[in-house]
Write a protein that binds this ligand. Structure first.
Ligand code: FNR
Length: 182
């Protein structure tokens, strides 16, 4: 099974990207997690959105199409998702209600330095995905609070309780994706 992991932050030391890497530790053999970097996706512009799309956008659409499921990790910017992630979803959401997002089983996570772990952004993200007919894994939620203290210098999640919870999340999520695809 192929999972496409997309971070809503393109900065080098992104905590959300680190979270997706950590999530990759907790999948069964036979499941792969591939990270897609949104750094090259241009601002959505209807003039560029025709049969031929910018190469980076086409690569995103192809990667979503090829994946059995998506796993999104968003930062929280002013109580919502990052513009980077929203922009990518906007590109992927066309044609409306018949896009590559339609029916693609998707897990939603967040991380932030605050004690809420980006939970407010996750709520918005679920709403945005509803508009694109993207089915979202409902529970449990995974929001990584105080994320700046969560990883060691090698990007390993240090807290055993958090590791256990991420493992539970990933088992539940990947089994749900498998059921959705069956
Ligand atoms: C933030 N941050 C933030 N955090 C939060 O918990 N709630 C918020 O509303 C905001 N708002 C916000 C706005 C802007 C413009 C920035 C740049 C940052 C902090 C943010 O979540 C934190 O920097 C994360 O670490 C960013 O994610 P990455 O880049 O580490 O993945």
């Amino acid at each position: 099974m192929k999972i496409l992991a997309i971070s809503g932050s393109v900065r080098k030391d992104s905590l959300n990207t680190q979270l997706l890497r950590a999530a990759g530790e907790f999948v069964d053999e036979g499941t792969s997690i591939e990270l897609f970097d949104l750094a090259d996706i241009p601002f959505y512009n209807g003039d560029l959105d025709g049969d031929t799309k910018p190469a980076s956008v086409q690569a995103l659409l192809d990667a979503i199409t090829a994946a059995d499921g998506m796993l999104l990790a968003t930062p929280e910017y002013n109580y919502s998702v990052s513009g980077v992630l929203k922009n990518a979803i906007d590109w992927a959401s066309r044609p409306a209600f018949n896009s590559v997002l339609c029916g693609k089983p998707t897990g939603v996570m967040s991380s932030s330095m605050s004690t809420l772990g980006g939970a407010r952004a996750q709520v918005h993200l679920r709403d945005i995905l509803a508009a694109t007919l993207t089915p979202v894994y409902l529970a449990p939620d995974f929001a990584l609070a105080s994320a700046h203290t969560a990883f060691d210098e090698n990007g390993r999640l240090v807290d055993e309780g958090t590791r256990d919870f991420l493992q539970k999340y990933m088992m539940g999520y990947t089994h749900w994706v498998a059921r959705q695809r069956a």
